[in-house]
Design a protein around this ligand. Structure first.
Ligand SMILES: Cc1cc2nc3c(=O)[nH]c(=O)nc-3n(C[C@H](O)[C@H](O)[C@H](O)COP(=O)(O)OP(=O)(O)OC[C@H]3O[C@@H](n4cnc5c(N)ncnc54)[C@H](O)[C@@H]3O)c2cc1C
Length: 354
C-alpha cells in the first residue's frame, strides 16, 4: 500500500532513498534545510561562475550506472562523463611529482621505472584488489540487507578469509613495493574512508582497483551535474523537494514519529527517513526519545548505538575495528533491528517523558 514518506535531507543519500521509495509507489516529500539541494555536494554561484562545494573525485562509475539503471536510465541521459588522463597528479615535494596515467599498461611502465619488477607485482596486487572489489560490491554493498540469511552463503562466508581482514593496507603494500612514491600512491586512497592505511584492513585495497583500474572521472560542467540528475529523476517520479525547510524536532509517541516540526510548519508522515548526519538526528531531532531512553534504561549514550561504536569501544584499536565493522555493518544491521524491536517491546521502554 502506498505510504506518505518524508525524507530529511537532499544529499546523495536522501535523493537516492527518495527515488527508490517513489519508484515503489509511495508519495515522497524531501525536506531540505538549505536553499538548494545536494547537501555536501551542492554548488555555489558567484558572478556567473559555478563552484562545486564538496566532492571532486568521481570514482566507481559502476555505482552510478547501477543507480540510474534501476530506473531504466543511463548516466549519459543526464550528463557527459570524462575519464581523466592522467587521473590525477601527486606532488610529493618540490620537483617530486607523479602523474597517474589512465592506461594500465602505461601505469605498469611507470611502476617499473621506479622499481625493477614492480610491474609484475602490480599485476598481482591488482588481481587481489579486483577480487576484493567484486566480492565487496557484489556480495555486501548491493545486497538489500532485509534478512541476515542473505549473507548465509558458503561462497560469501568463504570469501571473508580471502578479504584480508586481519592485515593492514600498509602491510600489504609494503610487502610488495619498496619505493616511497609507489607505496604512497597505493596507500593514499584509504583517506577517503577517513582512516590511515596502518589502521585499515587490507581488504580496502579494493579502493586501488577503483582508482587505478576503474579510473578517475569527471562530469563535464562539474560534480553538481550528479545532483541535478538525481533531482530531475526524483521529480520525474513525483517526489516533491521542499528547500528552506529546517526540520527542528521529531515528535515521537510510543514507537512512531507523530509530527515533524519544521521552521515552515508541521508535517505528518507514515514513514520518516532521516538522511542528515546520524549524530544530528539522534541528538538534536530526537531529543525526547533520547532522554526517555536514558531515563528508562540507564544507557548514557543515545540509543540505538551504532554497532560499530559498541564493538570498537571494546577494542583497543578502535579505528581499525570501526572500519572493519562498517563493512560488516550490513550484516549487523539486521541483528540490531531485531534487538531494537525486542527493546521496543519492553514495558518500561517508552518514547515520551514519564
Ligand atoms: C569538501 C568535501 C570533499 C569531498 N570529496 C569527495 C570526493 O571527491 N568524492 C566522493 O565520493 N566524496 C567526497 N566527499 C564526500 C561526499 O560529498 C559525501 O559523502 C556525500 O555528499 C554525503 O551525502 P549525504 O547525503 O550522506 O549527506 P549530506 O550531503 O550531508 O546530506 C544531508 C542533507 O541533510 C540536510 N539536513 C541536515 N539537517 C537537516 C535538518 N534538520 N532539516 C532538513 N535538512 C537537513 C543537509 O542540509 C544536507 O542537504 C567530500 C565531502 C566534502 C565535504
Amino acid at each position: 500500500m502506498s505510504k506518505n514518506i518524508i525524507v530529511i535531507g537532499s544529499g546523495f543519500s536522501g535523493l537516492s532513498a527518495a527515488a527508490y521509495l517513489a519508484k515503489a509507489g509511495n508519495k515522497v516529500t524531501i525536506l531540505e534545510k538549505n536553499e538548494s539541494p545536494g547537501g555536501r555536494a551542492r554548488k555555489m554561484d558567484v558572478s556567473g561562475y559555478q563552484f562545486d562545494m564538496g566532492p571532486s573525485w568521481y570514482w566507481m562509475p559502476d555505482v552510478f550506472d547501477h543507480f540510474f539503471a534501476d530506473f531504466g536510465k543511463k548516466v549519459s541521459d543526464y550528463y557527459e562523463l570524462l575519464r581523466l588522463d592522467p587521473g590525477y597528479k601527486i606532488v610529493f615535494g618540490p620537483n617530486e611529482e607523479m602523474s597517474v596515467p589512465a592506461d594500465y599498461e602505461e601505469l605498469k611502465a611507470l611502476f617499473e621505472s621506479y622499481e625493477k619488477g614492480a610491474a609484475d607485482k602490480l599485476d598481482q596486487f591488482m588481481k587481489e584488489a579486483a577480487y576484493k572489489y567484486e566480492v565487496g560490491m557484489g556480495e555486501f554493498v548491493f545486497k538489500p540487507s532485509h534478512n541476515i540469511m542473505e549473507f548465509a552463503d558458503l561462497r560469501v562466508l568463504a570469501s571473508l578469509f580471502k578479504l584480508q581482514m586481519l592485515s593492514s593496507v600498509t602491510t600489504q603494500v609494503e610487502k610488495l613495493f619498496q619505493h616511497r612514491h609507489l607505496r604512497e600512491l597505493l596507500k593514499f586512497p584509504v583517506l577517503f574512508l577517513g582512516a590511515t592505511p596502518e589502521d585499515t584492513p587490507a581488504m580496502y585495497t579494493l579502493m586501488n582497483y577503483a582508482d587505478l583500474k576503474l579510473g578517475t572521472w569527471f562530469p563535464l560542467k562539474g560534480m553538481f551535474q550528479i545532483v541535478e540528475a538525481m533531482v530531475e529523476l526524483n521529480q520525474s517520479l513525483g517526489v516533491e523537494i521542499k528547500t528552506d525547510h529546517v526540520v527542528e524536532r521529531l515528535e515521537v509517541n510510543q514507537k512512531n514519529i507523530t509530527t515533524i516540526h519544521t521552521n515552515k510548519g508541521n508535517f505528518q508522515a507514515d514513514i520518516v527517513v532521516a538522511s542528515a548526519d546520524y549524530h544530528h538526528v539522534e541528538q538534536k531531532l530526537l531529543t525526547l526519545h533520547t532522554e526517555c531512553i536514558q531515563k528508562n534504561t540507564g544507557i548514557k549514550e543515545p540509543w540505538p548505538l551504532p554497532p560499530s561504536f559498541i564493538i570498537s569501544a571494546l577494542q583497543r584499536n578502535s579505528t581499525n575495528c570501526c572500519i572493519t565493522i562498517c563493512f560488516l555493518m550490513k550484516i549487523l544491521k539486521c541483528m540490531r533491528m531485531k534487538f531494537t524491536r525486542m527493546l521496543n517491546g519492553l514495558p518500561n521502554h517508552c518514547f515520551t517523558p514519564a
